[in-house]
Ligand binder design. Structure first.
Ligand code: SAH
Ligand code: SF4
Ligand code: F3S
Length: 502
């Protein structure tokens, strides 16, 4: 099949998605083997449990989800919430709920510590509400040492599962509701992708979409490949169908999610590049904006730059993690690009798409990093002029190659280097933002602004996001949420603008 023909097929095959009607499921029959039908069967079983709860307690059982970590985890939580709601649970606004689930992250140790802290607080709540169920899932649960710690220190947890069997949430929840004691189900890996389970959306007008799962890059500091497994791409037909369904439901902006979207599609039966996928997504009527995350510099193609440049819908924002500006450190990190290659790529993107915002991630204190290496990183920040950068202190992750490396950097050197880098990053970001003052942009209004800004405090403000991912506050009210408006950027407040709707 030729490329054009295949793309045509993808587009045409994107049929309307149908969730299963729970009332048609015979819950007294044996559970089906096939997915996702099997999970719908267990959602129906959970719903029967919920009805029993309501009869006894005289109220609906409530749930509370807490998400740690990245956008992929946030999207997974929406899937968990979709299932909880389909089963009849109602959302609570605090952890005083009947079913509490933490979707965890383990990318840095402070993410783990936060989970333990929150778990400690749950203990007292469960004492007050003994019928409360506590579930843990996500990346942290893929680590055997974590499971051991929870078993011994937090025995009041009811259900633990991992990243590979999250699609079985309904089945696991049902098993846990029906039994006493801790139920643990962790898989080492999976090659499965289960489609068409119910999901919730935090925002009615925008949504994340997984286009791939896992990671094959094994950057030497990073735990993600170990806890998320090998890279798997979703079929383009499934992605297009999901986005069409979302746009029919009012979504105008999508964020395509993957640990390395630039390697999308390589392992599909009929390989397709990420740039080709983007062109298909662009065709979807009603969709206004396309974002994606994250791009690995080593795989970012000229084809992608051209597609971005020529697109009307792809936002003017690229998140391109640098990690370090020292080639020596990049090599030890197994990033597979040099400082020169990164700078050349970033400058090429800036010259092809002049109004693009480039943001990045940087790690300070990787084993063996010297103050001279950090100077090289700072130099790249100045050369590329990042519009924003997330700076992280290196965190040793057991099981990764970097954890076994000698010369871990002293805390004092890390602190000093971090502060120095942060200052340059902030100065650069401010300078970049100031460039756009006085210009006009399009903003998608996302929410009512909670803390109004000083002098304007008696005026109601809403918060919008520009194509380049910058935030602008404009006078307006909740009726604007989900709408795209033309705004003038009147004043720059460092990392956001004050503007007016034109
Ligand atoms: N897949 C993405 C990022 C995933 S993790 C990518 O390749 O860019 C998000 C960020 O966390 C990374 O970009 C990195 O900067 C940071 N990070 C990952 N592991 C870390 C560690 N052990 N210590 C500190 N920061 C880390
Ligand atoms: Fe981690 Fe590297 Fe994969 Fe990103 S690309 S998730 S940093 S291993
Ligand atoms: Fe954390 Fe897992 Fe994302 S470790 S950053 S939640 S993939």
């Amino acid at each position: 099949m030729g490329k054009g023909e295949r793309q045509e097929k993808i587009y045409n095959q994107a049929l309307h998605h149908t969730e299963m009607d729970l009332d048609k499921i015979d819950i007294n029959a044996e559970p089906p083997i096939e997915e996702p039908v099997r999970q719908y069967y267990f959602i129906a079983k959970c719903r029967e449990w919920v009805e029993g709860f309501e009869r006894k307690a005289g109220r609906c059982p409530s749930f509370f989800t807490q998400t740690f970590g990245c956008q992929m985890n946030a999207r997974d939580s929406e899937k968990l919430e979709g299932i909880l709601r389909a089963a009849g649970f109602k959302a609570a606004d605090s952890e005083d709920a009947d079913f509490v689930i933490f979707n965890t992250c383990t990318v840095r140790d402070n993410a783990n510590q936060r989970v333990y802290g929150r778990l400690g607080e749950l203990k007292g709540r469960k004492r007050r509400n003994p019928s409360m169920r506590i579930a843990l899932c996500g990346c942290m649960m893929q680590e055997p040492s974590v499971i051991e710690k929870i078993r011994t220190s937090y025995p009041f947890v009811d259900l633990i599962f991992g990243t590979h069997n999250i699609y079985k949430f309904a089945e696991l929840m049902y098993a846990s509701l029906e039994t006493e004691g801790m139920l643990i189900d962790i898989w080492e890996d999976t090659d499965r992708i289960v489609e068409n389970l119910p999901t919730e959306r935090k925002y009615p007008f925008k949504s994340g979409i997984n286009i791939m799962f896992g990671c094959n890059n094994f950057c030497s500091y990073c735990i993600v490949p170990y806890v998320r497994g090998r890279e798997r791409s979703r079929e383009p037909e499934d992605i297009i169908r999901e986005i069409k369904r979302l746009t029919a439901d009012g979504v105008v902006e999508v964020m395509l999610l993957g640990q390395n979207v630039n390697s999308y599609g390589r392992n599909l039966k009929h390989p397709l590049t990420f740039a080709e996928l983007l062109q298909e997504v662009e065709k979807i009527e009603g969709l206004q904006r396309i974002r994606f995350m994250t791009s690995h510099p080593k795989d970012l193609s000229d084809e992608l730059i051209q597609v971005m440049r020529d697109s009307k819908k792809i936002c003017r924002h690229l998140h391109l993690p640098l990690q370090s500006g020292s080639t020596r450190i990049l090599e030890k990190m197994n990033r597979r690009y040099t400082r020169e290659q990164y700078v050349e790529l970033a400058l090429k993107i800036r010259s092809e798409i002049p109004d693009i915002a480039i943001t990045t991630d940087i790690i300070v204190g990787f084993p063996g990093e010297t103050p001279e290496d950090l100077e090289e990183t700072i130099d790249v920040v100045r050369t590329v002029k990042f519009d924003n950068a997330f700076t992280f202190i290196y965190s040793k992750r057991t099981g990764t190659p970097a954890a076994a490396m000698e010369d871990q950097v002293s805390e004092k050197q890390v602190r000093e280097g971090f502060d120095k880098l942060l200052k340059v990053v902030q100065d650069t970001a401010r300078e970049q933002a100031a460039k756009y003052v006085g210009s006009i942009g399009e903003a998608l209004i996302e929410e009512v602004n909670g803390d109004d800004d000083g002098a304007q405090s008696c005026q109601s403000l809403v918060t919008g996001r520009l194509s380049n991912n910058m935030i602008v506050h404009v006078p307006g009210d909740a009726s604007l949420i989900g709408k795209t408006v033309r705004v003038s950027l009147d004043e720059c407040k460092g990392f956001y603008y004050m503007g007016t709707i034109l």
